[in-house]
Design a protein around this ligand. Structure first.
Ligand code: ADP
Ligand code: ASP
Ligand code: MG
Length: 603
């Protein structure tokens, strides 16, 4: 007899009829011989409604009281679902997070799960009862027992954590779409259902705006090897499997606080080409990377950021063997990129062979602002200057001088208590089909961009900025440190731009501005009207031209790229918010993700 954890989202328990339908499905699972733990969300849009009520009273509600308020939503659904099970003759009991013993940090509104006590669950299971657990909530273990919540969308995380703690055979996430699709079907009706996706890809997609799964749920599934399936509440179709590598054994204590970093990776076979001062208009990245792709030159990192005077810098890295050809492509294109023929500030090409890429990798860094900061400060403490920075949800990569590489590896391994490994080769996961270049696309419109001008180019600057943001609880998303150095009062400076959640934008600005005088940088600009469009796929590591295709699709729509950041398995572009949905559609189309079928999404 297997134990199955099933989670039902808000729409799935949105009405009495739907609750009854859920009860039937649960009962059928029991009838098939399984033990069942059910996790439910608040009914329909209850949580949004509660957030709005709070906002009607104050624009700065206490985080503790928000938890007190929002946790009520799930309590309603566990009681009603349990009554529905009773009415169908199924023994069941409802439990709040506190009653189960879902112990979290005392961090209100975004608590991480520390451990889950399983004794009471085991007892009720052995009594033959279905247990209905309130998702999204827990209890802190401080002397005052405090109700906490895990952050919006956190019921997925409750479910996967319960599955890990109980050693369940699988965790099924039931929702209002048929599974994980190539993108959000509400924005792109042609989106197609996938049969499977790797947990690395899903981590990226979830963090880049695909809210079908909470990223932390994917992280736990990946770390503990939980079998995870996303499927429809309305049908019996199998849905989508999220495939994880075989996990290293981990203790269940400190469940979500496990090592944030699994490995330090390095690559000394890299070289960099940078194009400076290219005009800020659509189509330039498309042309550059299109030309590189047509010569089968695969690029690794791509970083682009805008500067004052409306020109851009684009830097990219590749294996050293391709440097000469890539430089020739860039040189050939450079003069044609002059924004204005009479302009004397011409685009310029720079190359660097004396560089290495060093990365920290691990699923545990999601939403943990201190991790990247710790990488930067460890490098700074060793006097190592960071050139380019590129971040993804599961990786932070920096380019440094190759002479510093060995020392960088040593300090990072020590700081994160891991051993180093060279850059991993290949996809070791047992997926059934070969990994596609692009598995899915996502849009995040709830982002803002913060740009800091003229940051002195010396070790420790990135460290101080991101440490400061981390102490103020601001999670930074895409960080781009530009290639271009500019002399300001005789001091070499670079610009640093990053994206944050819109809700954190003003805090981020204030925090950074408060340090401007002391650290010696220029003004801080915030743009809230941006959107980030991304494509994700493990297969893109080996496929030249993926970036070129994305940039071309966007430029054909006349969409300008404000920032570009890539990691091994994703490419993200920042565009104007108003163009976000068009950008998502264009990209989704360009990679042939659109199927013929329209996905029916219930209202
Ligand atoms: P639940 O209440 O069941 O947790 P959510 O609203 O949190 O449901 O997540 C499901 C929604 O996620 C879908 O209705 C869909 O609009 C959205 N979504 C975004 N990206 C994707 C994607 N790639 N695949 C499926 N759904 C997606
Ligand atoms: N009810 C919570 C929310 O709306 C948690 C969840 O549904 O996962 O964010
Ligand atoms: Mg959800």
């Amino acid at each position: 007899m297997a134990l199955i954890v099933q989670k039902y989202g808000g729409t799935s328990v949105g009405t009495v009829e739907r609750i009854q339908a859920v009860a039937q499905r649960v009962k059928a699972t029991v009838a098939a011989g399984h033990s069942v733990v059910v996790v439910v969300s608040a009914m329909g849009k209850t949580t949004d409604g509660l957030v709005k009520l709070a906002a009607d009273i104050t624009n700065q509600p206490s985080r503790r009281e928000m938890d007190m308020l929002l946790s009520t939503g799930e309590q309603v659904s566990i009681a009603l679902l349990t009554m529905a099970l009773h009415a169908q003759g199924q023994e069941a009991i409802s439990l709040t997070g506190a009653q189960v013993g879902i112990v979290t940090e005392a961090e209100h509104t975004r608590a991480r799960i520390l451990k889950i006590k399983t004794d009471r669950l085991q007892r009720h299971l052995s009594e033959g009862k279905v247990i209905v657990v309130a998702g999204f909530q827990g209890i802190s273990q401080t002397s005052d027992l405090e109700i906490t919540t895990l952050g919006r969308g956190g019921s997925d995380t409750s479910a996967v954590a319960l599955a890990a703690a109980l050693g369940a055979e699988k965790c099924e996430i039931y929702t209002d779409v048929p599974g994980i699709l190539t993108t959000d079907p509400r924005l792109v009706p042609e989106a197609q259902l996938m049969e499977e996706i790797t947990s690395d890809e899903m981590l990226e997609l979830a963090s880049l705006g695909a809210k079908v799964l909470h990223p932390r749920a994917v992280e736990i599934a990946r770390n503990y090897g939980v079998t995870l399936v996303v499927r429809s509440s309305w049908t019996d179709e199998p849905g989508t499997r999220v495939i994880s590598p075989r996990p290293q054994p981990r203790p269940l204590e400190g469940l979500e606080l496990a090592h944030p970093v699994d490995a330090v990776e390095f690559d000394t076979d890299q070289a960099k080409v940078a194009l400076l001062r290219i005009p800020d208009r659509p189509g330039i990245a498309a042309r550059l990377f299109g030309e590189l792709a047509s010569q089968a030159l695969n690029v690794d990192l791509i970083i682009q950021s805008i500067h004052e005077g409306n020109t851009n810098d684009i830097a990219f890295t590749m294996v050293k063997a391709n440097l000469a050809k890539a430089e020739a492509v860039a040189e050939a294109i450079g003069p044609a990129l002059r924004s204005n023929p009479t302009d004397t500030t011409q685009a310029e090409v720079m190359v660097d062979q004396r560089m290495a890429k060093i990365s920290i990798a691990g699923a545990g860094m999601i939403g943990r602002p201190g991790v990247a900061a710790k990488m930067f400060s460890s490098l700074a403490a060793a006097g190592i200057n960071i050139q380019l920075i590129s971040t993804s949800e599961v990786k932070v990569s920096c380019t440094i001088d190759v002479a510093d590489c060995d020392r960088a590896i040593a300090v990072l391994c020590e700081a994160f208590e891991v051993t180093s490994s060279p850059v991993p080769q290949g996809n070791s996961l047992q997926t059934q089909a070969p990994a596609p270049e692009v598995r899915g696309a996502a849009l995040d419109i709830k982002q803002a961009r913060v740009a800091i001008r003229h940051v002195p180019d010396r070790p420790g600057m990135a460290a101080q900025i991101f440490q400061l943001l981390a102490t103020h609880g601001v999670s930074v998303d895409m960080i781009i440190q530009s290639q271009r150095c500019r002399l300001v009062n005789g001091q070499a400076t670079r610009d640093i731009a990053f994206t944050v959640a819109q809700a954190d934008a003003q805090t981020a600005k204030a925090v950074v501005e408060s340090a401007a005088a002391e650290l010696g940088f220029g003004d801080v600009a915030v743009d809230e009207a941006i959107a980030k469009v991304s494509v994700v796929g493990t297969g893109m590591i080996y496929a030249p031209g993926v970036a070129a295709r994305m940039f071309k699709a966007l430029s054909e729509q006349g969409i300008n790229l404000q920032m570009i950041a890539t990691s091994e398995i994703k490419i993200s572009c920042v565009v104007a918010e108003a163009e976000g949905v068009a950008a998502l559609r264009a990209v989704h189309n360009a990679f042939g993700l659109a199927g013929l079928k329209r996905t029916v999404v219930p209202a």
